[in-house]
Write a protein that binds this ligand. Structure first.
Ligand code: SAM
Length: 276
């Protein structure tokens, strides 16, 4: 890269650039992009992954927030067929604007850690567009995504992501692979949206609400944490033991609670004299 394109990593954009060729190769092999596929890279930075992704012959849209990186990316990849550059915030990006076929987009990103959870929630709103997603995240976040019920890592993030996706914790990456080196270890995770939801909720927003409420006080019993939404009888009617703590419930049990709340809300509305 020529001298005048030198860029100083910015903390506020979560810029820790990958520089370890072995790690970059390992990630690209895990993604295994193929000619003709449509990929979207979030936060391409200086192009550590971009180069290999484009080298596969795939079509690649990249979304980068930092204006100062735009000329670098244009200079490096602007002439490569299939490359499209979007300057902007991935949290606000409308993925449907790329006009993809359903379940066709493959999303990739060494994500800024400060936006990783909101970004995953933003992507899940359009889960039907995506074939799969590969992210580099803080290792603890990957452990939460891939957690199983019963442990301390199991929580709102695990449940809402596993409601939509199969999750694979692929491998860990030490901080020495980045410049500057972050203070935390990282890991690569693969999320594959379910073609058919294994436990579809009657109302997705009520599922979010029940899960949020339950984990507000994760040490308390469900009977306690959910009392503003469901009484003991309703919890029992959902086939759930109210004396359990939220971390002991699997996705299917949370869906049963949300469906119970949905039935209760509809019944309540029907019983109102004015029908509301
Ligand atoms: N992919 C590069 C690599 O692996 O070396 C850079 C990774 S760096 C951890 C994160 C990148 O995301 C930076 O280039 C940063 O400017 C960009 N970024 C930060 N916030 C963003 C946002 N909200 N939308 C899009 N890109 C963002």
């Amino acid at each position: 890269m020529s001298e005048h394109f030198q860029h100083r990593a910015r903390k506020r954009f979560g810029q820790n650039f990958l520089h370890d060729a072995g790690v970059i190769h390992h990630i690209l092999r895990a993604i295994h992009a193929l000619p003709g596929e449509r990929l979207v890279e979030i936060g391409p930075g200086q192009g550590a992954l971009t180069e290999g992704l484009l080298g596969s012959g795939a079509q690649l849209d990249v979304i980068e927030l930092d204006f100062d990186l735009i000329p670098i990316l244009k200079h490096k990849f602007g002439a490569v067929p299939g490359f499209a550059l979007h300057q902007g915030d991935a949290l606000k990006f409308d993925f449907a604007s790329l006009n993809p076929e359903p379940r066709s987009l493959r999303v990739v990103g060494n994500l800024p850690y400060n936006i990783s959870t909101p970004l995953i929630f933003h992507l899940l709103e359009h889960a039907g567009l995506f074939c799969d997603m590969h992210f580099m995240l803080q290792k603890e976040v990957v452990q939460r995504l891939a957690a199983t019920p019963g442990g301390g890592d199991w929580g709102r993030l695990s449940i809402m992501v596993q409601y939509h996706c199969r999750v694979e914790h692929l491998f860990n990456v030490g901080s020495g692979a980045f410049k500057p080196a972050p203070k935390v270890d990282s890991a690569i995770v693969r999320l594959v949206p379910h073609a058919v939801l294994p436990h579809p909720a009657k109302d997705h927003h009520l599922l979010e609400r029940v899960v949020r409420e339950a984990f507000n006080q994760r040490r308390k019993t469900l009977r306690n944490t959910l009392k503003a939404l469901l009484d003991s009888d309703a919890i029992e009617a959902a086939g759930v033991d109210g004396s359990l703590r939220p971390e002991q419930l699997d996705v299917a049990a949370f869906v049963r609670l949300a469906d119970q709340l949905s039935d209760q809300t509809l019944k309540h509305a029907a019983e109102q004299p004015n029908g509301v």
